[in-house]
Design a protein around this ligand. Sequence first.
Ligand code: ZN
Length: 477
Amino acid sequence: MAYIQFLGAAGTVTGSKHLINTCSDGNGASGLQVLIDCGLFQGPKEWRERNWQDTPVPARNIDAVILTHAHLDHCGWIPRLVKEGFRGPIYATQATIDLCGVVLPDSGHLQEEDANFYNKRNKSKHHPALPLYTLEEAQDCLHFFQAVEVGKTKQVSPELSFCFTPAGHIVGSVMAEIALNTNSHTRHLLFTGDIGRVRDQTVAPGKVVHSGPTEGETADVLVMESTYGNREHPDVDPRPELAALIRKTVERGGSVIVPAFAVERTQKFLFMLKELMESAQIPRVPVFCDSPMAIKAVEIFLQHSEDYSNEARRLIERYGSPLHWPEFTFVSTPAESKKINDNQSSCIIVSSSGMATGGRILHHLAQRLPDDRNTVIFIGFQAPGTRGFTIKNGAPEVKIFGEIVPLRAQVAAFEQFSDHADPKELLEWLRTFQQKPGETYLVHGDPAAAKQLRDRMQKELGWKVQVAQWMQKVEVK
Ligand SMILES: [Zn+2]
């Protein structure tokens, strides 16, 4: 009997990894095993430690990976899987493959840096501390990727085929519709990956990828994300408030600093700044995008016009490539990054990491937080324990590079820039299903979020819904 086993993103929002196993012996020696996503556990140590555990069936016995998108919590364990012996195809859209070519080697580099850090400080209980995988190992896994077009059926084996359908989350993101033939009947499984926000410029402005998720789905088994299961996004347009904040900061001679995730979020924000500038809602001050990965992500986006939202398409048609917009400077070298500090007049700096846990944003924050003319604007989730969380919550000071930095700058936060649908939007989408799925499993959510969404789905839709548990096996009937 075939089953699905939740190897990650069950009980937490990271480490997405779901195994479809069609064999009864459970060790993967026969039958077919396919992983849907292969993500890295991030965040609390108890989850991160699971990155070191092997898969329950040996990696060499896994036949294929079907990848929904290029966020690390969905793709970041692929180099480790290959290191453990996996040699099958990794199916993804071309845009996802292009992004993985950037984010996976970067992740390998960070893994090596972490191991070096622990070795220098002698902090690891393992001697020497080893990286989960290296930059080179991450690069080596890239040749296992195979592009699959959205809407085209791909036959993996006589038992299993799949088709990608748009998820509207980030560039290249898709859901995987899977047809599984077991015991002479076909079962349809739908793995959503991450689900993007609705197509509504007022409540979710700045969306740079096309509308999703696809409506009118049908599935016997639905495996769905629940990141925002207990949080509704604000339903007011953030742009007037954002524009007023920038105007006031510039009027008092200050600068705006925006910590932002390099993939998608930075781009979304830059597009919005351009729109606000062109409509004269904010002054034409220099904008610095200080993140080499964000630059690469923009370049990849520009190669995938099939993924543009109408607004992004119009903006590019009218003003050309963002890489050449006159007010915008894309900063790639560390020397250029440091030079931004010499800029005494007002400017806007968008840099990563998004939660100010590392990266170039730290230099900018260290320099500009003590000045009360400046404004820090958060446009993404800040996990408890991160520097971003400390700043967002109005601490009087924050430690950066071992120094105490007084926090005098104004701090603001917007929740509307999320790339995940909220419960209202998810329910709206689920109502478009042709019929109720036989079983629904909620993954990719903290327990409280997943439970609240389960309760709403049971009550408002009358669906049979369970919150997936880590390592739980569920039969595909
Ligand atoms: Zn994602």
